[in-house]
Ligand binder design. Structure first.
Ligand SMILES: [Fe+2]
Length: 311
């Protein structure tokens, strides 16, 4: 069964928020005071972010670098920007703050970013954009606010499922939300559903974003959605997550719980059978493995619940 292709009208700019590109350029900039740069992704784009900041905000003192989660493609340029703007503040969750200091996690983030640095070596012209360990200035839990000048606030909501450390940032005055990868992303007409740690949490997080009634949502790999596209996208993201879960459940059943066989089957159907790819094959498989494990765990929990419920 082939899911239907979806179309959404992503915009680059909405009121005081500006998406720097989509695709591998995940960052969005809010021109509040101090300015907030959300998800300064892959390190190789660090100089581009710096140029955009110079162009779009008059004062970068105390610039806030707010991370939705600590995947390499969402935080990679934070170290470079912190070196260039020493007063910059790193904002993340408690879990995220721990990851940014853990040597093996830092090494992995550095290594994954280095691949892009090599590909863009000509453009970088020797500029050192290397990722290094970072100390968080502010660690946010569910409902905590970033306090801005003029009494404005930006509230962080924990929206796990994609990762354990995922945060959604929401401006209650403008109704704009930066959701990270908490509600997936649109890729070639399909919403992909990256519930890498928990399927149930992923669905609950989309509900949580919906309950904020955002006027606009910023999806790092795509851009900004406004108006009716917001609830339509969130509903479609949930439907896509459920549909994908059903496929995994069916294959888990077919292969008697052998997760690796399910991964092989879906990779052959979804990846190897098509020619156009945004993601490389290895990360596709790693993510798929995590999703299959998340659905297997969800099935296990549901079984336990049914047994407990019968007692
Ligand atoms: Fe991610």
């Amino acid at each position: 069964m082939t899911p239907k292709r979806l179309t959404f009208e992503f915009v680059r700019e909405f009121e005081d928020i500006y998406s720097l590109g989509g695709g591998h350029i995940t960052a969005a900039l809010c021109s509040c005071s101090p300015p907030i740069l959300f998800d300064p992704g892959v390190s190789a784009f660090g100089p581009l972010y710096l140029r955009e900041l110079a162009r779009r905000v008059s004062n970068t003192d105390n610039l806030i670098l707010a991370l939705s989660h600590t995947h390499f493609d969402h935080c990679g340029a934070a170290a470079y920007l912190k070196r260039k703007i020493p007063s910059a503040q790193i904002v993340t969750s408690q879990r995220g703050a721990d990851i940014l200091k853990r040597p093996n996690a830092v090494e992995l983030i550095r290594k994954l970013n280095a691949e892009y640095e090599q590909e863009m070596a000509d453009e970088l012209a020797g500029e050192d954009v290397t990722f290094t360990a970072l100390e968080a200035t502010l660690k946010l839990s569910d409902g905590n606010a970033i306090r801005l000048n003029g009494g404005r606030i930006c509230i962080a909501y924990e929206t796990p499922g994609h990762t354990r450390d995922s945060l959604t940032y929401f401006f209650p005055d403008t109704g704009i939300a930066f959701v990270g990868d908490a509600a997936g992303g649109l890729d070639l007409g399909f919403i992909h559903s990256p519930y890498l740690v928990s399927f149930a949490d992923y669905l609950a997080s989309i509900d949580k974003i919906q309950s904020l009634n955002p006027r606009a949502i910023c999806i790092p790999h795509n851009g900004i959605l406004i108006g009716d596209d917001v609830p339509r996208y969130l509903n479609e993201a949930k439907a896509a997550a459920i549909e994908y879960k059903d496929i995994i459940v069916r294959y888990l059943d077919m292969y008697r719980g052998d997760q690796e066989k399910v991964v092989e089957r879906i990779t052959a159907e979804e990846y190897d059978a098509v020619t156009e790819h945004i993601q490389k094959r290895q990360p596709f498989i790693l993510n798929l493995r995590a999703k299959v494990a998340a659905v297997a765990a969800w099935l296990e929990n549901r079984k336990k619940g049914e047994i407990d419920g019968n007692e």
